[in-house]
Structure formats: structure tokens, C-alpha cells
Design a protein around this ligand. Sequence first.
Ligand code: ADP
Length: 184
Amino acid sequence: MKRLIFLGPPGAGKGTQAQTLSNTYQIPHISTGEILRQAITDRTPLGQKAKGYMDRGELVPDDLILDLIKERLTQPDSKNGWVLDGFPRNLAQASFLEQLLANLNQYPDFALNLLVPDEVLIARMLERGRKDDNEDTIRRRLQVYRDDTAPVIGFYEERGILKSVNGNRSMEAVTANLQTIIES
Ligand code: ADP
């Protein structure tokens, strides 16, 4: 049973590592970005509301995300642990999550922070070529990360569960480092 939160800038490799750990520990991988992209594909009301923000590289408003995460974490499969990827992305989301988890009597084991230099992030995102991976949007997402998301690192540091890992290495090297931490 593991409860893991991934932190780090866009392009840091959160999604890849979260998926690997999800397989290893047999726990759901909960990616708010993936849920939103699926909602856009399915043309749901959530997707229609979220699309403009995502295309611009802005955060989707909290009221859309908080309902979504509450719904997901109260599903039966989330009882056995989870790995969160892309949430929380600002301090309001971090406080909401803390309250929600306390109500569920669940406590995160680690907040795993992937460290990658900006120029590597930009190169990776341009290579990935997702719809929201053009130069203007990338620049905006990095700015939003610095302004809104980076403070979440301090939130988990204060709670004593922050672990920072060098994400500028091979996928396998990062995975091995994460597993060592999680199993310590
Ligand atoms: P990346 O890590 O490359 O930014 P994500 O898939 O995590 O990719 O997120 C893509 C987009 O989805 C974000 O730019 C944002 O618009 C939206 N999004 C995802 N998670 C959240 C969240 N927790 N709060 C607000 N917006 C979010």
C-alpha cells in the first residue's frame, strides 16, 4: 500500500514515473491532465470548460479540479493506495487534498519532487509534441509552475514527506532512485 504524490515542472517525467510505480505497486495512477484530456476527447461538459485553459497553458480553475479529485479518491480502488500526478498544482489544491485525505483517514507516504533544468524541460516538451506543447504554451506553463505550483514543494517539506530526486537522468535511473526512497 503506497500513497504517492508527484511534484515537478511540466516535462519532468511525472507521468512516466507515476505509471511505472503504479504498475510496480499495483495502485491506481491518477493523472488530472490525463483525465482532462480524456474529457476533452469525450466532449463532456468538464472537457468543454477545461479546453481553453489547457490550450493556453493556464491552470484549469480549482472548482473543476477539486470535484474531480474528490470523486476519484473516493472510488473503491483508491482504498489500496494511489499515485497522484499533476495534482496538487497550487496551495489551495494542496490544502483541499490534505483535508480530503484526513476525512478519508488516508495519509500520503511521500511527495516526490523531480528536479530537471528548464532547458531540458523545454527540449523534452518540444520533442513530445502534445497539442499544448508549442513554444508559447510551454513558456506560459513554466511560468505558472514557478508562480503557483513551486510553493507546493514547501507545503510538503513542512510536513516532512518531501523527497527531491534528480530527474535529469535515464528513466531507469530515476525509477530506481524513487523505488529506493519508497521502500526505505
Ligand atoms: P504537464 O505536466 O506537462 O503540464 P499535465 O498533463 O499534468 O501536463 O497537465 C496539462 C494541463 O492540464 C495543464 O497545463 C493544466 O491546464 C491542466 N491541469 C492538469 N492538472 C491540473 C490541476 N491539478 N489544476 C489545474 N489544471 C490542471
